[in-house]
Design a protein around this ligand. Structure first.
Ligand code: ADP
Ligand code: MG
Ligand code: ZN
Length: 480
């Protein structure tokens, strides 16, 4: 597409995100919330199966986690929050009840916002609302068969749906927003947030309009994306497709679309031109809830959220770009945070380890590590005191990661300590000078290279364990 055509249009993006909450049991019954290992239709009971005459019992933990997420989304809870459940009526085989229990006009989370850094600026995306609802079952359509299969293990697992304002304008902003939600739900600890298992699923609404237009264009909604790349690509693809339509004098149809990852294309699923008639009404089987502010506040204590971590990292001189490497790893971020709290002066050293070799080691060997914030700080202190070269510090940390041990003892045992005992090194340096009278004379006669030879000989005499800056200093003092 010619840039001058592309530039006539503004892209508008709003995202709905379904987050599966990390409760033990489902939203309205005591069935396990996690069916990953279960055979189809084994993790079900008469409630989530939707048998007539059964009654839902609301999972208190789901309500607490939803409020915790609300705090992370910067929702200001009112003195008393009135929230209730509603029936959304629809007929589809993934929901045997014939309706979904969700929230319509009194959601558990109201207006908030999400902020994240992008290309040197801060992007703020409005949150319209977030509500609690039960998930549907899973349908599969076997290749070449004339039937579909229903698995209700997932039915009534607890979801929060986070609805954003149509505030995003570029593929990068859409991707950044989704990534920040991913960060937030993990920092807040409200979800397993496993994208592969569909713990977070994104619906991406895209429309285009001529720049300067007041009205929003007609949107398409591409459903059930579970990767950030797919979100970015969906926005790019829909933008292009819609601009081409408009440029040809056609109109964009309001519809639900899917994403074909193999073809890197969206495809139409169903029209949304006739407004869906869900006949919402208050759920008669669940009482409304009135939540005092103090109760919501009690769920919203965080040592730190991504934004707090970014501030701390910037304070110790980590660039925004590097900071995101650690921000994207909540478990390592926690280790850094604790180490920094114990000993701020080693923050950069600890960061360099965690955001570098540690991430690589996790990929290769798994997340298990014996490195505690205390041990990291101890090794940092040894490096700062000149007892460890940076290479040896890394080697020591690798060893300590696999087996807990006393850092100084292990470093001595493994011969990783740098000789920084000034008295010892002075003796060695003096011996080297006595053994190399020609080099000493050459240096005193102005030959700088002779100095290097003396440093080299001293390092060799310490078997490579001498602290180089200290050896330099001792030689200089003696050569005059
Ligand atoms: P529905 O459930 O019908 O999709 P919601 O109100 O739950 O409706 O969600 C609509 C989502 O689409 C929100 O994230 C909103 O910001 C976004 N949106 C609404 N209108 C537009 C538009 N014209 N272009 C892009 N996004 C839009
Ligand atoms: Mg929607
Ligand atoms: Zn059940």
């Amino acid at each position: 597409m010619k840039p001058e055509i592309r530039d006539k249009y503004e892209v508008v993006i709003g995202i709905e995100c379904h987050v599966q909450l990390a409760t033990k049991s489902k939203l309205f019954c005591s069935c396990d919330n996690d069916s990953r290992e279960a055979e189809p239709n084994t993790n079900v009971c008469e409630v989530c199966f939707g048998m007539p005459g059964t009654l839902p019992v609301l999972n208190k933990r789901a309500v607490e986690l939803a409020m915790r997420l609300g705090k992370a989304l910067n929702y200001e809870y009112p003195e008393k929050l009135h929230t209730k459940f509603d029936r959304k009526n629809y007929f589809y085989p993934d929901s045997p009840k014939g309706y979904q229990i969700t929230q319509f006009d009194e959601p558990i989370v109201g207006e908030g916002f999400v902020e994240f850094p992008l290309e040197g600026r801060t992007v703020r995306i409005g949150i319209t609302r977030a509500h609690l609802e039960g998930d549907a079952g899973k349908l599969t359509h076997p290749e070449g068969k004339d039937y579909s299969l229903v698995d209700l293990n997932r039915a009534e697992t607890p979801l929060v749906e986070i609805v954003s304002e149509p505030d995003m304008r570029t593929p990068a902003e859409a991707k950044g927003y989704a990534q920040e939600l991913y960060n937030l739900v993990r920092y807040a600890g409200v979800s397993q947030a496993n994208l592969y298992y569909g713990n977070m699923r994104f619906d991406v609404n895209v429309s285009v309009r001529l720049k300067g237009a007041k009205e929003l264009g007609t949107r398409t909604e591409t459903k059930n994306l579970n990767s950030f790349k797919a979100i970015e690509r969906t926005v790019e693809y829909e933008t292009r497709r819609q601009i081409v339509l408009v440029e040809h004098g056609d109109r964009v149809r309001q519809e639900t679309r899917g994403w074909n990852d193999a073809k890197q294309q969206t495809y139409p699923m169903r029209s949304k031109e006739d407004a869906d008639e869900y006949r919402y009404f208050p759920e008669p089987d669940l009482p409304p809830l009135v939540i005092p502010r103090a109760m919501a506040a009690a769920q919203g204590h965080f040592d730190f959220l991504p934004a707090d971590l970014r501030v701390l990292l910037a304070k110790v001189g980590i660039s925004p770009r590097d900071a995101e490497v650690l921000v994207g790893e909540p478990e390592l971020a926690r280790v850094w945070y604790e180490a920094h709290k114990l000993e701020p002066k080693h923050a950069r050293f600890v960061f360099t380890w965690l955001a570098g070799p540690e991430i690589k080691l996790r990929e290769d060997h798994g997340p298990e590590s014996q490195l505690t914030p205390r041990i990291l700080n101890q090794v940092a202190a040894m490096a700062a005191a000149g007892q460890l070269s940076s290479t040896n510090a890394k080697e020591l940390l690798g060893l300590l990661r696999a087996h807990a041990a006393d850092p100084s003892k292990l470093a001595s045992e493994r011969g990783l300590m740098q000789e920084s005992n000034e008295g010892e090194l002075a003796k060695i340096v003096e011996q080297v000078m006595a053994d190399h009278p020609q080099a000493v004379a050459d240096y005193r006669a102005g030959n700088q290279r002779a100095f290097g030879a003396l440093v080299g000989a001293s390092m060799k005499a310490t078997k490579g364990k001498g602290n180089p800056p200290l050896i330099n200093q001792l030689l200089k003092d003696r050569l005059g």
